[in-house]
Design a protein around this ligand. Sequence first.
Ligand code: PFF
Length: 469
Amino acid sequence: MSAEKTRDGFSSTLLALMVALGSAVGLGNIWKFPYMTGTGGGGAFLVIYLFFVFCVALPIMISEFTIGRRSRKNAVASFKVLTGNPHTPWALTGFIGVLSSYLIMFFYSCVAGWVYCYTFKAATGAFAGITKDSAGAMFMAAIGAGGAGQPFFSKIVLAPVFWHILVLVVIGTIISLGVAKGIEKAVQVMMPALFALLIICAVRALTLPGAGAGLRFLFHVDFSQVTPAVVLSAMGLAFFKLSLAMGVMITYGSYFTSDADLTSSPLKIAVADICVSMLAGLAIFPTVFSFGVEPGAGPGLLFITIPLIFSQMPFGQILLFAFFLLTAFAANGAMLSLVEVPTIWLSEEFNISRKKAALINCVLIGAVGVLSAGSADATGYFGGFKFLGRGFFDLFDFLSSNLLMPIGGFFIAVFAGYVMKKQDLAAELSNNGTLNNESRVNFIRILLRYVTPLLVLVILLNGLGIIKF
Ligand code: PFF
């Protein structure tokens, strides 16, 4: 029996696309992308982001899908299969992906936990009548601020740990059911619901008086706001948004159907992901501006400003629930992809069942994630521990986003552009000649050899502070 028949995988190209989109869509769409667009020159930022999506992200995603589907293996073994050498140093590229996915999960799961907590709070009407101060205090309690010096088994320390563990129980259960019966089924329910809830929130926001200022924030075109730092952040965002260099797209590529077009699928994913970010922006900024509040980015926007403002609107409690539920769905899709990478790796490399591998990973992420849960704020239980000048929470983010992601991305592009034989790349991207896309494949290979690695090197050196613009 061929590996393709015995191995779990996606049931159709459409579902494969939906699951890969489920990984791309995440917290980044809600607290990073719209705000970075608004402050980075609006339409001008979008043009720059699209440039990097085209020249960096798409070639890397195409390479990852190619490496995955051609080998039908996990992120590490795929390099061994494609080089025909079980001891190839290229397997390190896969290891970098597995390691980065762990690092991201160590903090992403905590943030997903805060989202779960807020979804629950919204469902129970906890935001009714909140003020600026009480919204801030609520957030501080949710992230375990003030836990330093308290006993570990106290409510303030354990509250974020509880929600972080709950996320892992949900994700671990779905992952242990498998690719087709678990991940695919969950995403099939979550993605359409996410779109529907997002459209409802955006329509409500756009019909508020004074919504136009939010639209101007998001869509004005101002190239004078585009600084070198903005350009570099657009590149980094493209990596994070499209879940690249984490082993995710190699792993998902290994489940793709044989007839999926690997050259056009990444483009569809990137466009749909931008649409989700724009819809999120349309749900958030018209509301924020309509209430005359300064927009901010990151946790403050999602966990303080949004509850504060939404709760002042008619039907605000229901909208808040809808908003946090869709954010929880977005975080789940991203978490599923992250947990799947080390699960299939452990399962295939150490010959253990998927369930056991999922359990081992969830216990590991659960345990190490406690360090993040206690260090999201400097006054948290573990807030006093610093490495490279950062607490655990920030350290995991820094190491994965600034270091491992660009290193992994660079080597993936070099592997597909230089190490893989041209005819192998062409065979995989043309589905063994059936797609008749020779010139497109040649163009992708030129990008992979001469453009993508150079641009990624720039992100890496800048992220490390070696070059500054
Ligand atoms: N793309 C996700 C987001 O925008 O929130 C985050 C993410 C998921 C990054 C999976 C990396 C990854 F492998």
